[in-house]
Each structure stands twice: as structure tokens, then as C-alpha cells.
Design a binder for this molecule. Structure first.
Ligand code: ADP
Ligand code: MG
Length: 695
């Protein structure tokens, strides 16, 4: 048995290690940086770096790396060893404060969306002391932000930190109005991570899984998830071993992996960590995804993080549980027990309704990726329409405010904020409405549209920014009011009414919701290009620049990067698809046709007048289908070629959506019709049944 408390965080240079290893005075100064963001002086950094190096070497590290999150969405690291040559031919192990605080990776291979053309060619990384360094495979990893020399963010961490700061500033203004002087408000996140596990040997035989992370072909297996026997079912022994190893590895990195269970689809599982401040939660989710893949390989398995590895089987998402909390530990989304605390809760809630309603596009954009487009709106994940689920009790309370009606069970007529007490709001831990993209679950919101492979930096940057913006307009208004209580009542009533359309408690999978949402004027942004078309709207540039999260130039570069990445993903998918058709699927079909034809000839030689009806029918069918598949591949190839030269990034992305993806679907449909007709020994690669059920 492992000793979990001993194991936990053993590879992390956390506050407890800092306290143990640093001189008291240095620890105090570093703590000031951690808590209040005070700048770290070089002499302090030198002492910290030395202690960190000693600790790292004791724990087997030989190298250090600035660990950062470029706009590719995955993490990057540049390794340097601690060795420092001496005159006498020996080396010492050294690590300076300067090396800890700042690094200069070669930035030229990371996307910048034109940044580098207009700005400086190189970028540098700076330590983010609020996220702890950790040791990963003999390397001390130092979480860093990545910027250009002119200060533009080249990564996902910098804007995230800026958005947390924006929210901190505005939330503190609101709390002050309620007589609270807190030193810090941070957002908190718990990211539930879904994933698939398949056998490594089978995985290597599928070019599509290796190259694109998802299957581009595959007929539905005879057994899918319809029996519901997988969800929370007992775990397969190989998976149990994997999960044990995964948990132990995550615990070493100080990641609070708490629950694990099977998910709805066969071979699908989930890991939920205990929540943390957003910055740490984001870093840890990045690390979690990396660890999930690595540990799987150790067990002869392969972890699939793609949003939709298998057609016709539920895809994977990431529920981003989000809240705001003061340094004194008050969760601002916890409904209160007194009228005053309720009023404060309702004001924050109203700010969220306003921000989500006004920025449906920004939230949708923040979860847009080629992979996630397969899930959103496909009746297995929240629809592409953004709405808010409140749960019955809160819905009743707010509708009484909107409609001025009596709140059920309440003697007084309308609820008066700051005077009446809220009814008890039960915590909804049961995922009662899984169809809602943004659901209140008792003391937090759950943003459920995130894709499983996505970095959650983007969605949280968007969330923090839009809520900060709404809080700002509220604070601007309320700070001026002479009668705070009256102003508060009026504001909440007015704003809830104005944004009531965003509240939807019904079934998001229902076809009728689309029509209803359209009637309400809500946006349905089905694909990444549909969503990105709104990114540079003046409203969005105003919001992000005013909240000082992105500059206009940064947004312009993100626009390019997102569209280019989308086209790149599809480009690889089409190439892989065409290759599999011509190298795997058609040759397998021909071989089988040839074999069956021979049996007919042989049969007729032995049995003159034999009908060979089944074989002939099969051969006719296969002849028709292979001819059709070749034609579809041809068509796909032509469309792909013309999409690639469609013009600017948006036109190319649009051409993929409008012309190429439909051709991919058509080609796949024919291939999937061929698959079950081919004899087992002739099949070109493992099928769905193999991948989903052979573990
Ligand atoms: P469960 O869904 O397992 O019953 P919860 O609903 O409490 O449990 O938690 C689901 C996820 O939400 C977990 O990752 C949890 O840590 C996270 N979570 C709980 N409280 C908060 C909070 N205040 N802020 C952010 N995330 C939270
Ligand atoms: Mg959940």
C-alpha cells in the first residue's frame, strides 16, 4: 500500500517545502510575492533558486525547464541541465535566480498569428510563482508565462492571469459595497476530465488514431452504449491498474485526483480533481492530460483525449466547475443564510447572467475546436447554443423577481432583496441537467461545453473576463447610489429581466429548443468558423481590451491562429482519410473480392451449374461500393485542393465546413458500408468492436 500523504506532492516545490528549505526571511518575501503579487527581487530569487536546485537534485533531477503553454494548446518545455563546467575539467550543479525567473526559448516555432512579423522576433518566459515548480522525469519544471519582448502574450497563461486580476479588482469593488474589505478574490476551478482507453497494439494498427486522435472510419459495433451497462460499472482489471498508477503519479505532482469512474461510453472513463485556484487548476489539467497519456503507454494502453474518437459513441468533454472565492475562504456563489449575504449572492449571480447573455459568442469561441465541433449539438453534449440552467428553486426565486409574482411558500409577495431570506437551494451534485452548457450546481457554475483535449485556459480567461466586465458596470452604478439597498433592488430586477432569455431549465437536446432559442434571439454557432466570425466584433474587442486581458493585436493574432489550426487539423484528417482509402480499405476489399471470385470459379469447376448466388450478390455489391468509394475519394481530394486555395484563413475554414467535411462524411459512409461485408481475416485494421471491447 502506498502512503498517500507521504506521496502527495512529493515531486512539488510547494509552500511546505519552501518553508522547510528557505531561510525565514526569504520565505516571507517569497510569500509576499505569492499572496500579493509583489515583484521578486533578484537576491531573493537567487536564494530560492539555490534551495530549489538542492531539493530537485535530491529528488533525482539533473535538468530544469521553463514549462509554458504556447498557443498550440499543449505545453512546451526547453530542457537545460544544471551542470556548470569548472576550470579543472569538473562540473558543479548550479542554478541561478536569473535562470529561475527568466528564460529565452526559441519562439520561432510557436504560433503567434503574425505577432512576430509586427513585433520582436523572440520571446521569453517568466516564472509564475503562484504555480509551484515540480519534478517530471529528472527535470525540474518551472511554470512560466511566455511573452514577446514587446510584452505581447504568446501563451495562454498570461491572459489567464490578467483575467484573474480583472475579476479580482471588480469583485473587490462589489464586496466593498457590502462592507467587506478582502485582500484578494480568486476564481476556482475543478476540471472533470473524460478520456478513452484502448489497447496500444490495436491503436498502432490504426493510422487515423495515430495521426488524428480519432477514427475516421468504422462501422457501428453490434453492441454500443445502449445497454447503459458501462456507466459506473465495475472496472476491468487492466484499467484498475492503470488508474492506480495514474492516481499515484498525479498525487506525486500534487494533483488532487479524487474520483474516477467509467463513463457512459464503452472504454470511456473520467477523473475529477478537487478544485483549486484557476491558475493552478489550468496548469494541473495540462499536466494531467500529459500524465494520462504517458501512464497509459506504460501499461500497454493508449489514452485518447480527442473529443470524438468514435462516431456513434459518446464523445469526451471536460466539465469546468467554476466559482469565485475570497482569501478568507468565502465562496461568492454560495447562497447565503441571511438577507444581506443573499443580496450579495444574487448580485454576483445577476452579473453572471448578464455576462453570459451578452457574451454567448465569447464563451462558444472559447470552446471551439475542430474536435469539439463533433460534440456540441450532437445530442450527447450541450448544444452549440449557450444558455444558463439555474435549477428549480433558484429559477422560482428569479422568476418571482422578473414577473413580480409571489414566490411559492412565501407570505410576502415579491422577494425583496436584502430583506427576505432565500429558500434553501439544494446542491445539485447529480448532474441533473447534463444537457445545459452552463449550469448552476449549488455553489458553483459548471461550464460543460469544454472539449476533453482543450486547454481550459481559454474558457476560464473568457469566463473571468466577461464576469469582471459585468461586475464593473454594476460597481460603477452602485458606487454612485445614495440609497444602496434601493439601487441594488432596482439593478437586480432590471438586469435579471433584461437577461432572462438566457435562462433555460429545459432539455437542451430537444429539437424544439433550437427554435425556441432562435425566437429568444440566442446565438447558435454550430462550427468553429461560425463562432470565430464574431471574435473581432467591436463588442468583444471593447471587452477584452477594457478588462486588459488581450490587446486588439493579440486578438487579431488569435483569430488567425484558431482558424489556421482548424484548417491544419482538417488537412491532416483528409490526407489520412485518403491514404487509408487507397492503401488500406480498397486493397483489403480487392483482396477479398479476388478471394471470393476464386471460390466461385473453383466451385463452378467442381460443381457445374452451381449458382454461387450469395457470392455473386456479394461481389456485385462490393464491386459497386468500391467503385463508389474510389469516386468519393476523388471528389474529396478535389474539394480539399480547392479549399486549400480558397483565400484568407476564414475562407479556407469555411470551405472546409461547407465543402470538405460533407465530402468526408460521404466517403466515410461508403467505407463503413464495405467494412461489415469483408471477411474477418481480410479486414485492413481493428474495428470498433476490437477497440472498444478488447482491453
Ligand atoms: P460531485 O460532482 O463529484 O458530486 P461536486 O459537484 O462537489 O462533486 O464537484 C464536481 C467538481 O467541482 C469537482 O472537481 C470539485 O472539486 C469541483 N468544485 C466543487 N466546489 C467548487 C468550487 N467552489 N469551485 C470550483 N470547483 C468546485
Ligand atoms: Mg459534472
Amino acid at each position: 500500500m502506498v502512503n498517500v500523504p507521504e506521496l502527495f506532492g512529493s515531486m512539488v516545490f510547494n509552500q511546505s517545502v519552501m518553508k522547510q528549505r528557505l531561510p525565514k526571511e526569504t520565505f516571507k518575501l517569497l510569500k509576499k510575492t505569492l499572496d500579493d503579487g509583489a515583484p521578486l527581487e533578484l537576491d531573493v530569487a537567487n536564494v530560492v533558486a539555490h534551495a530549489m536546485k538542492e531539493w530537485a537534485i535530491e529528488n533525482g533531477a539533473t535538468h530544469y525547464a521553463h514549462w509554458f503553454q504556447p498557443l498550440t494548446g499543449i505545453t512546451a518545455e526547453k530542457h537545460d541541465s544544471f551542470i556548470n563546467p569548472q576550470d579543472d575539467g569538473t562540473v558543479i550543479m548550479s542554478f541561478s535566480g536569473k535562470e529561475l525567473v527568466k528564460g529565452e526559448p526559441d519562439a520561432s516555432s510557436f504560433p503567434s498569428g503574425g505577432h512576430r512579423a509586427t513585433f520582436e522576433a523572440r520571446g521569453y518566459t517568466v516564472w509564475d510563482p503562484t504555480s509551484y515548480p515540480f519534478i517530471k522525469e529528472h527535470t525540474l519544471c518551472i511554470p512560466t508565462a511566455f511573452c514577446s519582448y514587446t510584452g505581447e502574450a504568446l501563451d495562454k497563461k498570461t491572459p489567464l492571469l490578467r483575467s484573474m486580476e480583472a475579476l479580482d479588482t471588480q469583485a473587490k469593488r462589489i464586496l466593498k459595497l457590502f462592507g467587506k474589505n478582502v485582500s484578494h478574490v480568486a476564481t476556482t476551478v475543478g476540471a472533470e476530465q473524460e478520456y478513452f482507453i484502448v489497447d496500444h497494439e490495436l491503436w498502432t494498427q490504426r493510422k487515423d488514431l495515430r495521426m488524428t486522435g480519432r477514427t475516421l472510419f468504422g462501422a457501428k459495433p453490434s453492441k454500443g452504449q445502449e445497454m447503459d451497462d458501462q456507466y459506473f460499472a465495475a472496472l476491468n482489471p487492466r484499467i484498475v491498474k492503470y488508474m492506480e498508477d495514474l492516481n499515484e503519479t498525479l498525487w506525486k505532482y500534487g494533483i488532487l485526483s479524487k474520483t474516477e469512474h467509467n463513463e457512459a461510453a464503452p472504454a470511456q472513463h473520467e477523473m475529477a480533481p478537487i478544485f483549486n485556484t484557476t491558475n493552478l487548476a489550468v496548469d494541473q489539467n495540462q499536466l494531467t492530460m500529459e500524465v494520462m497519456k504517458k501512464v497509459a503507454k506504460r501499461h500497454g494502453l493508449e489514452c485518447l483525449l480527442h473529443e470524438k474518437p468514435f462516431a456513434g459513441v459518446n464523445g469526451s468533454g471536460k466539465h469546468n466547475n467554476w466559482s469565485m472565492s475570497t482569501n478568507e475562504g468565502e465562496n461568492l456563489l454560495e447562497p447565503g443564510k441571511t438577507p444581506e449575504s443573499n443580496a450579495q449572492f444574487l448580485l454576483f449571480l445577476t452579473a453572471i447572467l448578464k455576462s453570459v447573455d451578452e457574451n454567448q459568442d465569447l464563451l462558444r469561441i472559447s470552446v471551439a475546436s475542430a474536435g469539439n465541433d463533433h460534440r456540441l449539438g450532437a445530442n450527447e453534449a450541450p448544444p452549440a447554443i449557450i444558455s444558463v440552467y439555474l435549477g428549480d428553486e433558484l429559477y422560482k426565486v428569479l422568476s418571482s423577481i422578473v414577473e413580480g409574482k409571489t414566490y411559492a411558500n412565501d407570505k410576502s409577495s415579491k422577494m425583496t432583496i436584502g430583506v427576505d431570506v432565500l429558500p434553501p437551494i439544494p446542491r445539485d451534485s447529480t448532474d441533473r441537467n447534463r444537457t445545459s452548457p452552463f449550469a448552476f450546481t449549488g455553489n458553483k457554475f459548471e461550464f460543460r461545453s469544454c472539449g476533453s483535449a482543450l486547454s481550459i485556459a481559454g474558457p476560464n480567461t473568457a469566463l473571468n473576463s466577461i464576469v469582471a466586465d459585468a461586475l464593473k458596470t454594476f460597481a460603477d452604478e452602485l458606487e454612485k447610489a445614495s440609497d444602496f439597498e434601493a439601487a441594488l433592488n432596482a439593478l437586480i430586477e432590471r438586469e435579471v429581466k433584461a437577461h432572462w432569455r438566457i435562462v433555460f431549465n429545459g432539455n437542451g437536446y430537444d429539437e424544439s429548443w433550437k427554435a425556441e432559442a432562435a425566437k429568444r434571439g440566442l446565438m447558435e454557432l454550430k462550427t468553429l468558423p461560425d463562432a470565430m466570425a464574431h471574435y473581432l466584433d467591436p463588442k468583444n474587442i471593447r471587452l477584452y481590451t477594457e478588462m486588459e486581458v488581450y490587446t486588439k493585436e493579440e486578438m487579431e493574432s488569435h483569430y488567425e491562429i484558431k482558424l489556421e489550426k482548424y484548417a491544419q487539423v482538417l488537412n491532416i484528417e483528409v490526407n489520412t482519410m485518403l491514404e487509408m482509402i487507397s492503401k488500406d480499405i480498397l486493397p483489403a476489399a480487392y483482396k477479398y473480392i479476388d478471394a471470393v471470385s476464386k471460390t466461385v470459379i473453383d466451385l463452378k469447376a467442381v460443381v457445374p451449374g452451381a449458382r454461387a448466388g450469395a457470392q455473386v450478390a456479394l461481389l456485385t455489391k462490393l464491386d459497386g461500393l468500391t467503385t463508389e468509394l474510389a469516386a468519393k475519394a476523388d471528389d474529396l481530394s478535389k474539394r480539399h485542393l480547392s479549399a486549400k486555395s480558397a483565400g484568407d484563413a476564414m475562407s479556407i475554414a469555411r470551405a472546409y465546413v461547407d465543402s470538405v467535411i460533407p465530402a468526408m462524411t460521404e466517403a466515410r459512409a461508403v467505407a463503413d458500408e464495405i467494412e461489415p461485408l469483408i471477411g474477418e481475416e481480410y479486414k485492413p485494421f481493428p474495428c470498433y468492436e476490437d477497440l472498444l471491447f478488447r482491453i
